[in-house]
Design a protein around this ligand. Structure first.
Ligand SMILES: C[S@@+](CC[C@H](N)C(=O)[O-])C[C@H]1O[C@@H](n2cnc3c(N)ncnc32)[C@H](O)[C@@H]1O
Length: 146
């Protein structure tokens, strides 16, 4: 079971476009569920609906039993004192929820000791990536290691 949960980049990206970008990568790589917060008016396809929640906290509580893999920029993990692994060294759990943040914030404050913390390195690590770019890289990495 692969679940992807995130926060809309509202204010930066149009949610209809963001949904379409997420939808294609998730369908291509066989993601089972797509969950986002907060609730936005989004044009979506019946073939791949996005389940929306008021907050990311509600998402995490609703799916308490699945392993969480928090994906954050290494700088954000370091600022919050959270040890993390580089994606290339990460062994993906069979059942997992990949958790993404948004610009101007991150989800480090929601992490527990049971959660995994994973970052993608870039040649210029002064820049973080959009969530939709991150999940494409992560799903490709998962496929290559399976
Ligand atoms: C635009 S980034 C936000 C980064 C930063 N917190 C900020 O305020 O600009 C949106 C989300 O993409 C994910 N992300 C961005 N860069 C990443 C990286 N290098 N490795 C893993 N995840 C990343 C994180 O989930 C992050 O919260």
């Amino acid at each position: 079971m692969i679940i992807v949960a995130g926060l809309w980049e509202n204010g930066w990206l149009n949610s209809n476009v963001e949904y379409q970008q997420y939808k294609h990568v998730m369908k291509a790589y066989g993601v089972d569920k797509f969950l986002m917060a907060p609730i936005e008016v989004v044009k979506q396809d019946d073939s791949f609906p996005v389940e929306q929640y008021d907050t990311i906290e509600e998402i995490l509580e609703s799916f308490g039993n699945i392993k969480k893999c928090f994906l954050e920029w290494s700088q954000d993990f370091e600022d919050n004192g959270i040890p993390h692994v580089d994606l290339k060294d990460y062994e993906h759990p069979k059942d997992v929820m990949y958790v993404l943040g948004k610009s101007g914030t991150n989800n480090c404050y929601l992490m527990t000791e049971d959660d995994d913390a994973v970052s993608i390195v870039a040649p210029n690590n002064d820049y973080s990536l959009w969530g939709v770019t991150v999940i494409g890289i992560v799903l490709y990495d998962r496929m290559m290691k399976s």
